[in-house]
Write a protein that binds this ligand. Structure first.
Ligand code: PMP
Length: 374
């Protein structure tokens, strides 16, 4: 072929630039990535972490387990030993199955992937955990967020009407709810389970700090699953969550779980930590006592309206929330600014319960920042 001919062929097949805009789904282009604030050197009260490290003896046990772990091998894909400890710790009956996730975030995604038939709806309430809505977008599900009542309880007439209209395949209810901290009325959740033709997942991320749980109710409803995470119990760095429910549901979800989603080290470390569940629960009890201290200080602070909490954080509302948040940052304390994230959270901030010293530093910095902005 003469040279000019090859040139013509190449020229005629020159393509348009390949850009994310030309290929990525529009609903993903429209998303903002989940933002984590940098926090080096700060008192970190923004992410519902447990402020306590483990006792020296438990850390020594962990070191031994890690040093002998076979990280040259793939993990046990069925994580049988860990699942067994979770089953024992949670007193789960034998007809209730467990699925493990790389954090409960992964389980939310897996549930959505399984139920994302064309046009299927994922429903939650608002304000609640933002990943429900984000994951609906990731998986191509329609999202419906039913506004909570003004006191952040479930608005049952709205909820029931919305379920009737949208027939959601999947409903997430965070129990206690993040970021509001309250437990919904259990009878309301039962009513939702009864009318819903879809799956209802009670997300108990904050179970260790709460007065009630749906875990013992598993098996009572054919559409109830309960999800928990170890993140708030002192294992946020491990990335471990689980879903519990009737075998027929869990069998289907297992098909979507990537075979080695929980590594050798998280499995072995969590097994040891669950043998010391009492230590973790003691830390949770301390956090609950400190939550009372923190709540009372917030309630006693001029211009602050604090919401009662069943979790390891407290939501509060005050004037000039944005400026007060910045004032706290300048004083070395990082909490979560919710103002601007949802209309029901105007002028709201959320603080995680830290150690007693951290809580005191936070209250002092808060009072100074409020004073500065009056
Ligand atoms: N559910 C709720 C209600 C949460 O607040 C969070 C974390 N903020 C999660 C699930 C996810 O937790 P993880 O992925 O750490 O298990």
């Amino acid at each position: 072929m003469p040279t000019y001919c090859i040139f013509t062929v190449v020229m005629s097949s020159v393509r348009n630039p390949v850009t994310p805009e030309s290929l990525v789904r529009p609903e993903i282009l429209a998303l903002h990535a989940y933002h984590v604030q940098p926090s080096p050197g700060m008192i970190k009260l923004d992410a519902m972490e447990n402020p306590y490290i483990l006792p020296e003896s438990v850390r020594a046990e962990l070191a031994a387990v890690v040093s002998s772990a076979s990280i040259n091998r793939y993990p046990d894909a069925s994580a049988a030993t860990l699942k067994d400890s979770i089953r024992k710790t949670g007193n789960l009956p034998s007809d209730i199955d467990i699925l493990l996730g790389n954090g409960s975030d992964e389980i939310i995604q897996l549930l959505a992937m399984a139920l994302a038939k064309p046009g299927a709806t994922l429903m939650s309430v608002e304000p609640s955990f933002v990943m429900y809505k984000m994951i609906a977008a990731f998986t191509g599900m329609q999202y419906v967020g039913v506004p909570l009542a003004e006191d952040f309880s479930l608005d049952m007439p709205a909820m029931l009407a919305s379920i009737r209209t949208h027939q959601p395949a999947l409903i997430f209810l965070a129990y206690p709810n993040n970021p509001t901290g309250n437990l919904f009325v259990a009878a309301d959740i039962e009513a939702i389970l009864q009318v819903s033709n879809g799956l209802v997942v009670v997300d108990e991320a904050y179970y260790a700090f709460a007065d009630n749980s749906f875990l013992p109710r598993l098996g009572e409803f054919d559409n109830l699953l309960v999800m928990r995470t170890f993140s708030k119990l002192g294992m946020a760095g491990l990335r471990l969550g689980f879903l519990a429910g009737p075998r027929n549901w869990l069998e289907q979800m297992e098909k979507l779980r990537l075979p080695y989603n929980v590594g050798v080290l998280p499995q072995r470390v969590a097994e040891v930590l669950l043998q010391h569940h009492d230590v973790l629960l003691q830390q949770a009890a301390q956090i609950k006592a400190d939550r009372t201290w923190l709540y009372e200080r917030l309630v006693g602070t001029v211009d602050v309206h604090a919401y009662p909490s069943n979790a390891n954080f407290i939501l509060f509302r005050l004037s000039h929330a944005g400026k007060v948040f910045e004032g706290l940052k300048q004083r070395g304390v990082l909490i979560k600014k919710l103002d601007g994230s949802h209309p029901a959270l105007a002028d709201c901030l959320r603080v995680t319960v830290g150690s007693p010293e951290e809580n005191e530093r936070f209250i002092k910095a808060l009072q100074e920042s409020i004073h500065q902005n009056i």
